[in-house]
Design a protein around this ligand. Sequence first.
Ligand code: R7I
Ligand code: MG
Ligand code: MG
Length: 342
Amino acid sequence: MMGALVAAVLGDCVGGEFEGAEEVPMETVLQHLNGLEDETKGNCVLEYSDDTAMTRCVVQSLLNRSGYDQQDLARRFAKEYSASPGRGYGSGVIQVLKKLASPQLVDVYQPARDQFNGRGSFGNGGAMRAAPFALAFPNLPDVKRFACLGAMLTHSCSLGYNGAVLQAMAVHLSLQGALCLPQQFISRLITEMEEVEGEEEALRDVVFLLKEAEKPFCERLHRVRDLMDRNKVSIEEVISELGNGIAALHSVPTAIFCVLHCLQPRDYLPESYGGLERTIAYSLALGGDTDTIACMAGAIAGAHYGVEAVPQRWMRCCEGAEDADMNAARLHALYHQTSQGS
Ligand code: R7I
Ligand code: MG
Ligand code: MG
């Protein structure tokens, strides 16, 4: 369970180097990762970005309020942004965060609804911070519900908040050991998303939103399954089939694929790497929104492999990794509390 939050921070910190790069040769990725192991460099510090900054707000809010509290979480997002605005936030979400700071605000979901001419953002900012919901609630319906609401504070388009629901579910199932049976894992996600995307509001958004499939996340998850079944898949194919961009639809299924693909050793990755290291390295090699894809893949993989699998040498370099370790333990306690209460 600690693994999920720690590996998410790791993905964000090490992925920051390549965010927005079009193509990243694996060699460059491995060099970057090897650099973290270089003792002579002293204290290397890779700063975390908005992905971790907002995840920390979710963690703190869940802990302080012993559950989901929209007012409290909205206030924390706004406060965090105004304290450190330079963490690389998406250009749209900044407007929301400024409005959330207003003490006159009555409906904390309203600023998100006003984005992009009233359609709401489809960015991956809701999904990138969804992991703590998977850790805090013992049953899947709660995980889905609160991941969705937590995302809607900034992302009111179904393509934005459903990405958060999918990411939180992937982490939650992974925590329960579901990645031991990868085929069943992906099938379960598809079944769950069939239901989520069947909801009326999601359909309306998507139809309005142009050429997407009727159930866009389900369609992408089917592509993940097809790619999984194949022996050899090139990075180019992964990018063209699943995407590596800033939209939740073009990054959450991609992150899930990274984890599944790296369950086995791959000949282009060092033999000394365990699954968690493979997952992060592979996520970076896709280029595009590397910090966020590595952060989300890291959360899912970290839940599966556990905190013991996180390389100490990498962890030492990443701002906020120690905190994540501590916070995950506290969230775990909340989980037990919630499961006994219900
Ligand atoms: O989703 P969001 O919080 O951004 C997260 C990303 C991650 O990669 C972070 O690491 C950080 O780098 O940013 O922020 P938003 O501003 O809501 O969405 C991100 C971007 O997606 C926007 O700036 C837009 O470029 C684009 N976008 C849209 N464009 C047109 N129409 C999101 N929604 C729309 C839309 O509806
Ligand atoms: Mg970021
Ligand atoms: Mg990013």
